[in-house]
Structures are given as C-alpha cells and as structure tokens.
Design a protein around this ligand. Structure first.
Ligand SMILES: *[C@@H]1O[C@H](CO)[C@@H](O)[C@H](O)[C@H]1NC(C)=O
Ligand SMILES: *[C@@H]1O[C@H](CO)[C@@H](O)[C@H](O)[C@H]1NC(C)=O
Ligand SMILES: *[C@@H]1O[C@H](CO)[C@@H](O)[C@H](O)[C@H]1NC(C)=O
Ligand SMILES: *[C@@H]1O[C@H](CO)[C@@H](O)[C@H](O)[C@H]1NC(C)=O
Ligand SMILES: *[C@@H]1O[C@H](CO)[C@@H](O)[C@H](O)[C@H]1NC(C)=O
Ligand SMILES: CC(=O)N[C@H]1CO[C@H](CO)[C@@H](O)[C@@H]1O
Length: 822
C-alpha cells in the first residue's frame, strides 16, 4: 500500500517533469539527447552537445547562464555518438552509462561501489555526482565528475593525486575547438618528495610552477592574493593537490588547458561585455621554457642573452653557449671537495630548480638543513620548505640544478653548494675590483674620499663574507635535552648487568636502572646498525622529548658515547600490556587475572591508547606514525594506565622517514596493515589498523597471528568478523572478563575495531573519530568485510560461517541495535 502511493507520487512528479529539464536521474529514468539535467541554482547544465562544426554528440556539462556556450566537462571525449540517439542511464548497481542508438556503450563511469538506491545530481559547483540515497552523509559519492576532469578546472575541483587510491586528476586539453578528444597538452601534479605542478606537451615537460612555499609557487609571480579567488596547495599523506575557490558567488572563473596556444589560461566572466576575459596565463615568457638555460643556468628575462651562469659556474661549452644554444648549461669553476669542506652561495628571488631529486623535512630549521646538505656529498642546494613567518622546514636537491629563473616578484632564496675555495675567490676578486675602482676615484678625487670609500667598501665585503658564514654560527647550540654520561648510566644499571635486563626490543636491549637520586629509569641501548648521523640522532631525540602526553612513555634524555647511543625513559613497574592480556599477569596470589584486568580497566586502556595515538598523529610539530603498535609496546603504570612506548623509533632508526613508503618494513606481522606489509606504504591509517588489532586482542585475550596465517579462518580478524556477523559476541570475549562485561561497550569496541581493520586505508576512521566513537552512543558506519578474510578465508575453511557470507548488511544492523538496546 505504502509502496503503491510512493510509486504514484513518483509518477506524478515524473509526469510533471516531463519537460526537458530534470533535477535528478535514478535507475528508473534515463536521459536522452535533447533533455538536460540542471543544477539546483541553475548555474550548470548537463546534456548532449556538439562542438563547433562537428556533428558528433557528447555528454557534457556547461554553464547554463552564460550565452557563450562553454563546455567544462565531457564524458565520452574519445568516443562520440554520430547522431542524436544518445542516452544516459544508471544501472541498478550504480554505474553510469552513455549508450548510442545501437545500444553500444560509448562511456561508462565504471563506478564499482554497490548502491542500494543510486541517484544522479548535478551540484551547484558543476560537479556531477552519483550518490546512494540511502547514504545518510550527502557528501559521500559513489562517483563524481570532479574526479575525472576534462580540460577545465572549476572552483572546488582538485588537481592532483589521491595518494591512497592513486587517483590522478589532471587537466588535458581538447584536440581542437571542435574535437573534445584528449590533445597532447596536459597539466598535472608531479609526485616527488617535494611535489610540483607541471605542464606537459606529449612526453615533454614544458613548464613547471616550482614547488609550493606555503604562500604560492616560487615560479608563478602572478599567483598571489587577489580579489577574485583564493587558492591552496595541499600536501599531506592522503593527497597532493592544487585547488582554488571564488571569493564572491557572483564571480565566474575557470582555468583551462588550451591546445591552440599551448597555455593554461584563467578566464573570468565579464558580465558587462558578456564575454570571457583572460585573467592570467602560463607560461608567461621565454624564461618559463623548461630547462632553457641548462644545468646551473639562470634565466633572467631582462638580460641579453637571457641565460646566465649562476655565480661560481661557467658555460660548459662556451662556443655553443655564446651562439645562443644554452642546453648544455654550466659547470663549476672549481670542483666540490666534500671532505675538506664546501660552502654555499645564497641567491635571492629565484624560481627554485626542478625537484625530481629532492628531499624535504617539515620540522628541520634552516641551520640543520644546511648541516644535512653538507653531510651528503650529492646534495647540491638547500632552502626553506615554507617561507611563511621567517621560514621553516628544509628542502634539499641532489642533482644538477635545472630550470632556475629569476623571479623578482615572488622568488625564493636558494643556497647553492660550491667549493669552499670558490667563496675565497669571490672575496679576492671582489677586493680587486673594489681596489681598482677606489684607485680611479682616488686619482680623481683625492686622498680624503679614497679613505672614506675604502672604509665603506671594506664594510660591504666583510658583510658579504659574513653572509656566507652566517649559518656556521650557533652550530654548537646548547642541547635542550638532558644528556646522561655513560658513567652515570653504567652505574645505574650495574654495568648493564643481566639481572637488570628487562627485555630485548626491536632496536636493542632494555635495562632497568636506578639513578643516584633514586629515580628509576629504563635504558634502551640501541643496536649500532642504524647508521644514523649524530646530528640527526640528537634532533630526533630533542623532538621526541618534547612529545609529552599521559599516555606516552616519557623520554628523559639520551646518552651518546662514541658509537654508542642510548635512550633514557621513565621506568614503568608493571611491564607491558601483553603480560596482562595473554595470560602472564603478575602473580599476586590473591588476585585473578580477570580481577586484574576487568572490562572497565580494559576499556580504560583502550581509550588511553587511542588518546596517546591521537596525540602522536595530530601533534602539529611533528606527525608521528608509530609503525609498530602492539601489546608489548604498551606499558602499564601503577594505576593501570597505558603508556605507548617506542613511538618514533621507526622514524628515527628504521630507515628513510619522510616518504610514505619504505623498503625496510619495520613492524610486527599480525599487527601490520596489508598495504604496509606488502607494499611498504605506511600512514596514520596503518597505525589505525594496528590499533584495531590491539583492541581485538584486548577484548578476546587472544593474540593476532597475522592475516598471512595459512589458516585464515582462524585469524583474529576472521573470528571477530564471523562472531560479529552472527551476533555471538560473547564467544569472542575473553572469559576472564566475566561478570564485569558491559556488552554495549564491548560491542562498540568490536564495531570500531572492525572499522579499523578495513582493507582500504580510506575506509578506516582516523584516530580523532575513533576517540569520539569510543565515547559516544551514536551509530557509526557499518564495517565491510575485512578484505583478507574474504577470499581464502572464511568461506573456504569454515563452512558454518560461509552460510552467513551471503546474509545481508541488515542482519548486522539488527544484531547491533539489539545489543545496544540491552
Ligand atoms: C554503434 O554506434 C557507435 C557510435 O555511434 C559506433 O561507434 C559503433 O560502431 C556502432 N556499432 C555498431 C555495431 O553498429
Ligand atoms: C552511425 O554509425 C553507425 C555505425 O557506424 C551507422 O550504421 C549509422 O548509419 C551512423 N549514423 C549516422 C547518422 O551517420
Ligand atoms: C584557446 O585559445 C584560443 C586563442 O587564444 C581561443 O580562441 C580559444 O577560445 C581558447 N580555447 C579555450 C577552450 O579557451
Ligand atoms: C643545442 O645543442 C644540442 C646538443 O648539444 C642539440 O641537440 C640541440 O638541437 C641544439 N639546439 C639548437 C636550438 O640548436
Ligand atoms: C645522499 O642522498 C641521496 C638522495 O637522498 C641518497 O640516495 C644517498 O644515500 C645519500 N648519501 C648519504 C651518504 O647519506
Ligand atoms: C574520457 C573518457 O572517459 N573516455 C572514454 C569514452 O568512452 C570509452 C568507452 O567506454 C572509454 O574507453 C574512454 O576512456
């Protein structure tokens, strides 16, 4: 009955909308050529169109209110329909299709997410989105056209890469004004350690903007705060992209890659003239040509010739250079001498060189940056990563420096490595020139003026000299961290005696010690294999000693002696969490393990670990990914509060730390997220995965043996998932929890941990949401079946749960709400 009235209302609405414009499309409708879909505010329109004199039909989006037909997006760019028989439809599964008259699929959105009730809408932003009407969050899309740009970047679109999914959104020109198929001109974000935005013609890069410096790109002087639009470049571990937004709703502005003039143009709509007006374009001039002046050449547009070697460098092939072929670039006047010492010449106002071979650190300051560059003989230049508020961070270059130009309106300082002897020469020749000038003036103007000038110029070149050396000062700054000398530590630990050995961690043995004043400490003696420099070690230790949180073990100081490195922590008398949960709890005769770790204590431990991890992930100074969270790395204090230990160890001692991937996977199977274990990709979300496992261990009292375990149905995740689906949580719960069990909290924790162990990092919640979820009664998204349970897991090995494999999601919901209601 209800269904019937629903359908009739639906039909009425449908009949009413029989005119040519729709505002949504669902699987029961389709849109034929001639009809259009209009955004709610009427600014954009989706429909079939032809370009120029061509008769070919394409599905596309254009501005509805602009008399000059301006297409901003095309679906089937390279497969047109040759007549007006085109049809847009949604499959029940939520896939978008464009069909031609003979029912050939000419385009498919290939959206793979299952939808119960898919609906297609054109948003006011010009984004064509496919949503699930059953999805309560209207911001979640099954598919969106903004992810597949054509030649136009609209406000709110992202140009760049989703590092988690690999989705690469680039802008590609039309072949010609009447052919939307992809031309050979495109604009993309290049993913280096220091990413930049680059424009390509075919396989050749023709322009780079230079890296982002916190305010703009060092090679785009015209991109600066303005009344029309704001812009941003985002680079975090999830994504790297450029985007812009409009300051007023009345403004219309777009960026477009144009094959005709080989440029990226920004147009704004001129309402009075009823036409588009060109606002800016890139590249701007000859000097923007990629690599025009070769290695170590500097392009200066006001000079003739435009290419000049950087100071300290000379043309590699002078004849060619002088005839105007600069492609071979410049070479050093004097070779570097890494061992005996090099220096740097500071250049101001440059577009920074190509960052293909680069390295960055957000936390390092310019002094440490200089040291870091000096330490590596292949480092050729350094500068601040971010120029806001006086400059911060560190960017290094490791190759010949190419594509430098002078950018007097917004360039950046660059410190280029040269031989130390080059710096001396610079001052000598400076002296000579000054002296010659002085002599000339002396002849003309007499002794008095001479001595005046001499003094003045003396000061000038001592100033120059000082500039070269300014970074040498303060190098031996006081350390802000207590350094323990080896004698103190040896005494405290009884010469590292066996009886004081607490255990052997991944990075070396740990000893208990007692200082003279009675304070108890834990000493981690690092194995010598890390190969890390002394400065790096100090810097890391100083950084980590600043991380203070009640759920983190406190780093008290360090001890450095020759090759020997030690970390001194506060001592935790109660050992680690695994002792408590896996049956080895301290033997106090009158207490059972269940009493020691009843549910409320376990829940308190879960919440504490979550808060500690949240602090590590979100502390603004340095974002720490633990990479080896596990029960034995959680220490328990006297009040049974958890304290995370060994944070930052992986970052400090486990190899390359700035990149989101590593060849050397540190961590523990059983806790490791699939993308980390197999591809070495780590992120805050791989910690979330480990946290999910840890929660399951705390709840079940069972160890996770890892998803690679041959019998996957016996994996902890497999167990948890099947009990969760069957609603038999009581079978998952550690019997020692017994009477103390609070079923709604347990159920919430299992729910959250299943979300944490989702196959895809994007599906896992952040620590911030986890902390919220732990303390909220609200319902959260249903977990999907964890990926590695699916294939070889449950269905094959465990026939009782394979029956449940096909049961629908609603079963979970019911189970869950029943549990909640108790
Ligand atoms: C169907 O139409 C498309 C587009 O108009 C065309 O490319 C294709 O060759 C046609 N297929 C057949 C079997 O006629
Ligand atoms: C479109 O292409 C198909 C297959 O190539 C052809 O059969 C049909 O006649 C064409 N239609 C028009 C209008 O040219
Ligand atoms: C590309 O540039 C040409 C010449 O400047 C211009 O006529 C044309 O409209 C531009 N195309 C686009 C898509 O903006
Ligand atoms: C410049 O010289 C290189 C080889 O050194 C050559 O390949 C290139 O074609 C030359 N460019 C011009 C414009 O002559
Ligand atoms: C110098 O840096 C390069 C690039 O990051 C790296 O491959 C090389 O191992 C480093 N060399 C030393 C001695 O650290
Ligand atoms: C740009 C684009 O999506 N082009 C698609 C047009 O449709 C054909 C057939 O589905 C695809 O192969 C193209 O990638």
């Amino acid at each position: 009955m209800e269904l019937f009235s629903f359908i009739s209302i639906y039909l009425l609405v449908f009949l009413f909308k029989m005119s040519t414009a729709l505002d949504t499309i669902t699987p029961s409708q389709s849109m034929s050529d001639g009809k259009t879909l209009i955004s709610q505010d009427g600014s954009f329109e989706l429909g079939f169109f032809s370009a120029g004199i061509s008769k070919n039909r394409y599905l596309g989006i254009w501005y509805k209110n602009i008399p000059v037909r301006t297409i901003v997006w095309v679906a089937n760019r390279s497969s047109p329909i040759n007549d007006s028989s085109g049809l847009l439809m949604i499959e029940i599964s939520g896939n978008l299709l464009v069909l031609s008259g003979n029912k050939t699929v000419v385009w498919s959105s290939e959206s793979s997410k299952e939808a119960q009730s898919p609906i297609l809408q054109l948003l006011d932003s010009g984004n064509l989105v496919l949503r699930d009407e059953k999805e309560s969050d209207p911001g979640i899309y099954l598919w969106q056209s903004f992810d597949y740009p054509s030649d136009t970047l609209l406000p709110g679109m992202k140009l760049g890469v989703n590092l988690k999914t690999g989705l690469d959104r680039r802008l590609t020109s039309w072949k010609s004004w009447d052919d939307p198929s992809p031309g050979d001109l495109f604009w993309k974000i290049q993913i280096h350690n220091n990413p930049e935005s680059t424009m390509w013609k075919g396989s050749r890069i023709f322009f780079r903007t230079g890296p982002w410096n916190g305010i703009t790109f060092s090679g785009t002087p015209q991109l600066k705060p303005n009344p029309i639009f704001y812009f941003n470049f985002v680079h975090n571990e999830d994504e790297v992209y450029y985007t812009f937004g409009l300051k007023k709703k009345s403004i219309i502005s777009r960026l477009v890659m144009n094959q005709t003039n080989n440029r990226r143009d920004r147009y704004t709509w001129d309402e009075a003239a009823q036409s588009w007006s060109l606002y800016t374009y890139l590249p701007i001039d000859y000097c923007d040509t990629y690599g025009l002046c070769g290695a170590y050449g500097n392009c200066i547009i006001s000079e003739s010739p435009v290419c000049q070697c950087l100071e300290g460098f000379k043309p590699k092939l002078p004849e060619k250079w002088n005839s105007g072929n600069w492609s071979q670039g410049c070479v050093r006047n004097k070779p570097l001498n890494c061992q005996s010492g090099d220096g740097f010449i500071k250049f101001r106002g440059l577009k920074l060189p190509d960052t293909t071979y680069s390295w960055v650190s957000e936390s390092m300051n310019i002094k440490d940056c200089r040291v870091k560059c000096l330490q590596n003989c292949s480092c050729t230049a350094y500068t601040n990563l971010d120029i806001r508020s006086g400059g911060s961070g560190c960017a290094l270059w490791f190759n010949n420096l190419v594509d430098i130009r002078e950018n007097p309106y917004g360039g950046q300082d660059l410190y280029v490595r040269v031989s130390a002897s080059e710096l001396d020469v610079k001052d000598e020749t400076g002296n000579k020139i000054v002296i010659i000038i002085i002599a000339a003036i002396a002849v003309a103007s007499g002794i008095l003026i001479v001595s005046y000038c001499f003094c003045k110029s003396r000061r000038k070149f001592t100033e120059n000299h000082r500039q070269n050396d300014e970074n040498n000062e303060n190098q031996n700054q006081e350390m802000e961290l207590p350094i323990f000398d080896i004698a103190t530590i040896a005494k405290a630990t009884d010469d590292f005696s066996m009886k004081n050995k607490l255990g052997e961690g991944g990075f070396g043995p740990v000893y208990k010690g007692t200082l003279v004043d009675g304070q108890e400490i834990a000493v981690k003696r690092l194995s010598k294999s890390s190969g890390q420099g002394l400065n790096e070690f100090r810097n890391e230790v100083i950084l980590f000693s600043k991380l203070q949180h009640r759920n983190l073990v406190k780093l008290l100081g360090c001890c450095i002696q020759g090759e020997e490195r030690m970390l001194i922590y506060e001592y935790m008398p109660n050992k680690s969490l695994d002792f408590f949960i896996f049956g080895m709890g301290p033997s106090k005769p009158n207490q059972t393990r269940g009493e020691l770790l009843d549910w409320s204590k376990r829940f308190n431990i879960i919440c504490g670990i979550a808060r500690g991890l949240l602090y590590l992930h979100q502390d603004s100074r340095l974002r720490v990914i633990h990479r080896d969270l596990k029960a034995s790395n959680v220490l328990i204090d006297n009040e049974m509060n958890p304290k995370i230990s060994d944070f930052g160890m992986a970052r400090t001692f486990g190899g390359d730390q700035t990149e989101g991937s590593t060849n050397k996977v540190v961590g523990t199977y059983g806790y490791m997220a699939p993308e980390y274990a197999t591809d070495g990709l780590f992120s805050v979300k791989s910690d979330v995965f480990s946290f999910g496992i840890l929660m399951l261990e705390i709840i079940s009292g069972k160890r996770s043996k890892g998803f690679y375990h041959p019998n996957q149905s016996r994996s902890l995740i497999g167990h948890a998932w099947s009990f969760w689906k069957e609603g038999k949580l009581s079978e998952l719960i550690d019997p020692f929890i017994g009477e103390s069990c609070n079923i709604s909290e347990v159920s919430r924790c299992v729910h959250i941990s299943l979300l944490c162990v989702q196959q895809h990092p994007v599906d896992r919640p952040s620590m911030a949401s986890i902390v919220l979820m732990l303390n909220s009664e609200n319902t959260f998204p249903q977990p999907k079946q964890p990926g590695f349970v699916k294939d070889k897991g449950l269905d094959m090995a465990d026939s009782s749960s394979s029956k449940l494999g096909s049961s629908s999601v609603t079963v979970n919901e019911i189970t869950f709400s029943l549990l909640e209601a108790r």
